[in-house]
Ligand binder design. Sequence first.
Ligand code: MN
Length: 131
Amino acid sequence: MKRTILVIEDNEQNLYLATFLLEQSGFTVVAARSEPEGITAAARFQPDLILLDIQLPQMDGYAVARELRQNPALRDVPVVAVTSYAMVGDRERTLEAGCNGYIEKPINPDTFRTEIDNYLKVRPVGGEAQS
Ligand code: MN
């Protein structure tokens, strides 16, 4: 069974690149371009991982992460912040908000797959066969 990754991203170019790289790696991608859409899609699709842009137009990504973490069904789903903020302290903010870690923008196509795989391994083994 293909693994599904939810990408919450309002920037079309970033969304295109992430989608392209993930589909190339064999993942199914669900895209959400706004915060409410992302929260709804997470509950509906129960993705294997959520990539969350921190700079979003309505709420910020931190608020989205906190909201995702309030859904018990998503408790074990890795949430990875995607942020261009290079400031010290932002990593802590993403962790405090419930993210498992972060990937820096711009996405590096050479390391992206490895980073995603590392976060997928964080997930407790649930008996699903690796593909
Ligand atoms: Mn953005």
